[in-house]
Design a protein around this ligand. Structure first.
Ligand code: FAD
Length: 646
């Protein structure tokens, strides 16, 4: 590495050692909340983040709705009813513990973010008098205006406030450090987690962190089936940095995983083949309940969950007769209904009825405040929409009172994905957890999108805070253990090896990612058969044996990307093992086995590694037990704290 070619100091090989009571890996939503919570409980805390905590992660640039505010003062839905809907919607293949924490503490976490400086109320009375606003609290609701369980929030203000709060609380934040391995007691797979190591993504400096408790908050894997070397940043919905490093580190250390066999057919915003999320006209999520028109200007009807056509705009925001509540424009709602509403009729039905492409979102016929809350609040706060979509489109002259915006629906005008092009989207597999959000590795806690069947900002914030509390309690009770020097040395060798590989002979991160994605499409597509899966196992083993030793990186940036792809390879191997373990098709896991034995689908299948062998066990879907009772048993201190604060 020549100094003239690289703008940062070259510190590859230099080692810095640090100690904390609680070490948090990943400074996204969950990680920041966890770090703040542990620091408030008197623990010394280090937060390690691959990007910059101020804006990193899926929620770094924004978020427009908060789904889990069951206990907000206007909600009509209890945490238990909300959890039941989430569980029923997935036939039980969901994380009852983490989602109950979300339902029970989501509102507490949001109030915490408000205290940190995030904006959650219409304090300027911009939307005074709107049907979705509560005049007393100035809270604003989304989608279902009756249940008032989902809030509209100014999420672009959240991450900077959270990162600043962490620093104020004395958390030592290490930005641009990529964690690469967990350190375990005696270097043993399955041993207590005693720290982590990683390197600086600009200088290459190596970091060794020792801690009494560690929190894993590095989100979920991506780019396992989908990769576009031309659009690496648009390969998937979540940011490039979130590639599954945490899952791979956990697997190598012997942590247990659940539901890793689940994948879904790729959707919008994948593989660089569709427009960036929320930048085109549509009528769900951020854009709910925009009107849609066809090429002839004919209005496309809204329908409720039972397929009943709605006559007024107001009805779009109300549950169907007999339905208690719905979430996210109907994407999660009360379980068991036939119609995938309530956005519109299915495209095939619209085609039959003579509606003509292209379709457009038409905000002009909405009441003024409904229009303004979509274009200007939701579009502007959601994901990365603030500058690229809201600001740029506005500057280019887009006026939602007069103009319509074209829709590019998946399957009719946007990318049509093949069944073998898959993603870990929605509620995919991840770390298995107990009621303390601890993994099977003592001292290793987990929060946010790293948990199995996890999703959403409120879930990440609530589980982050919870894991911070539990890790702090663990650190108070347990001694620091010495680190295993052989384990550290082996990791240093692994991390730096690609810097000395020969670029003329070697393979780059993009080539390797492309190869893994193709292998997974070919051998672990929609249909799971032993012959195919075993061919995949063999091919990926070959990549591990023959390609990884030749992979090269010219600088710390390329090294970061390459080590991520090594982790993607590990995750792909775990997925293949999980698929081999499930013998029957399971609709809710979108898992199809033509060579299955036709029996009832198995409950949860959990996997871990011990001495290179894969160990499997089945876990009942209701392993969380009575959620209210168990939550209250495990959180007496928190409940008392809250009562004392009233
Ligand atoms: C475009 C978009 C819009 C969304 N909108 C909403 C919404 O409106 N409402 C909602 O509820 N949810 C929304 N979500 C989902 C929500 O943002 C996520 O569920 C949430 O951010 C998960 O939090 P997390 O902390 O688990 O992961 P993240 O916030 O993604 O944080 C993970 C962090 O780990 C870091 N990291 C990864 N690997 C390493 C490593 N090796 N070393 C160190 N650090 C590492 C990453 O850089 C990142 O900062 C949206 C997501 C996207 C992508």
């Amino acid at each position: 590495m020549e100094k003239s070619q690289w703008p940062y100091e070259n510190r590859a090989g230099c080692v810095t050692r640090l100690q904390a009571d609680v070490l948090v890996l990943g400074g996204g939503v969950a990680g920041c909340m966890a770090a703040a919570q542990a620091a408030r409980r008197g623990q010394s805390v280090i937060l390690v983040e691959k990007g910059a905590a101020k804006r990193s992660g899926a929620g770094g640039s924004g978020c427009d709705h908060w789904e889990s505010a069951a206990t907000n003062p206007c909600s009509t839905v209890s945490p238990e009813a909300l959890l039941k809907a989430m569980m029923d919607d997935n036939d039980g293949y969901n994380n009852a513990i983490s989602h109950y924490i979300e339902c029970r503490e989501g509102w507490d976490a949001l109030l915490d973010i408000e205290r940190m400086g995030g904006k959650i109320r219409d304090t300027e009375d911009e939307f005074k008098g709107a049907a979705f606003r509560d005049e007393k609290t100035k809270l604003m609701f989304a989608y279902d205006y009756k249940s008032r369980v989902t809030l509209r929030i100014w999420g672009a203000t959240f991450k900077p406030a959270m990162a600043a709060a962490c620093r104020k609380l004395g958390v030592r934040v290490f930005d641009r450090v990529m964690a690469t391995t967990l350190l375990t007691e005696g270097g043993r797979q399955g041993g207590r987690c005693v720290g982590a190591a990683g390197f600086h993504t600009r200088t290459g400096e190596f970091f060794v962190f020792s801690a009494k408790a560690v929190i894993m908050a590095m989100s979920r894997p991506a780019r396992v089936w989908l990769f576009s070397s031309g659009h690496p940043g648009l390969c998937e919905f979540r940011p490039l940095q979130c590639a599954g490093d945490g899952h791979a580190m956990g697997w190598r250390a012997g942590a247990e995983f659940n539901m890793m066999e689940k994948s879904v057919q790729a959707e919008f915003s994948a593989a660089g083949r569709s427009f960036p999320p929320y930048s085109t006209g549509n009528n769900h999520n951020t854009w709910y309940a925009a009107s849609l028109i066809d090429a002839a200007g004919r209005k496309i009807p809204y329908a409720d969950r039972d397929g009943r056509l709605l006559k007024t705009v107001e009805e779009r925001y109300l549950p169907a007769p007999g339905q208690d509540f719905f979430l996210k424009g109907g994407a999660v709602t009360q379980a068991k209904y036939e119609f995938e509403g309530p956005e519109t009729l299915p495209y095939e039905e619209l085609k039959k009825q003579g509606y003509r492409l292209a379709f457009y979102a038409d905000l002009s016929d909405l009441p003024e405040l409904e229009r303004k809350v979509i274009w200007g609040m939701m579009v502007g706060q959601e994901g990365k929409t603030q500058v690229p979509v809201y600001q740029n489109f506005t500057e280019a002259g887009f006026d939602p009172r007069r103009h319509v915006l074209q829709c590019y629906g998946t399957g009719w005008q946007s990318a049509q994905f093949l069944p073998k092009e898959r993603q870990l989207f929605g509620l995919p597999g991840g770390f298995m957890n107990d009621w303390d959000l601890m993994t099977n590795l003592p001292g290793l806690f987990v929060a946010g999108d790293a948990l199995f069947a996890s999703d959403c900002y409120g879930h990440a914030a609530a589980t982050g805070s919870y894991a911070g509390r539990k890790a702090a309690a663990y650190a108070r009770k347990n001694q620091r253990l010495p680190l295993c020097e052989e384990q550290i040395e082996a990791e240093k060798r692994r991390v730096y090896a690609p810097l000395s590989a020969d670029p003329r002979e070697g393979v780059s991160w993009k080539e390797l990612n492309e190869a893994i994605a193709k292998a997974m499409q070919n051998y672990c597509g929609e249909q799971k058969r032993d012959e195919l899966l075993l061919s995949g196992v063999e091919l990926l083993e070959r990549y591990e044996r023959e390609v990884i030793p030749k992979a090269f990186a010219a600088n710390p940036h390329e090294l970061t990307r390459l080590l991520e792809v090594f982790d993607i390879l590990t995750v792909a191997q775990v997925i293949l093992q999980a698929c081999l373990s499930r013998r029957q098709s399971c609709e809710k896991l979108e898992f199809y086995r033509p060579d299955g034995d036709g029996a009832e689908p198995a409950p949860f299948i959990c996997l871990r590694q011990e001495g290179g062998r894969v160990l499997r066990r089945q876990v009942p879907l209701d392993y969380a037990g009575d959620v209210k009772e168990n939550y209250e048993k495990h959180n007496r201190d928190y409940i008392e704290e809250k009562e004392a604060a009233l």
